[in-house]
Design a protein around this ligand. Structure first.
Ligand code: ZN
Length: 125
């Protein structure tokens, strides 16, 4: 299962929260404002570092996935609607070198052109 953008943002917030919690334990010995216990000495390391690592992993993971999904939408694959050849492209306005017609974004292409989706479709034109 691939997490969607909302879930990734949630993971990012969770990661930042873990980083903050880890730093709080490490530097301040915990936050006693909410009735939490105080971490003393090595306890700060023992409880703070795992939070920091978890937070770092979560933030890194979600930021990478988020930037990937942003990058994928700006530079994506385009398909020629006539011959069905895919081309890697960065924008609209590219033309198929064979058919000299405008390429279409791959996203949603097979919905708009169901004739390309299966090789075994009958020729009923
Ligand atoms: Zn073509």
């Amino acid at each position: 299962m691939r997490p969607n953008k909302t879930q990734l943002k949630f993971i990012l917030i969770l990661g930042v929260a873990c980083l903050v919690a880890g730093l709080t334990i490490l530097l301040l010995g915990g936050d006693q404002r909410y009735g939490g216990r105080e971490f003393i000495g090595w306890e700060r390391i023992d409880y703070g570092i795992p939070f920091l690592i978890l937070g770092f992993v979560l933030t890194r993971y979600s930021m990478r996935k988020l930037s990937l999904s942003i990058g994928a939408s700006s530079a994506s694959t385009f398909v020629c609607p006539k011959c069905g050849t895919p081309y890697e492209g960065s924008g609209i306005g590219q033309f198929c070198p064979k058919c000299k017609i405008k390429l279409e974004p791959l996203r949603g292409f097979y919905k708009r052109h169901p004739e390309h989706s299966s090789e075994s479709s009958e020729d009923d034109e």
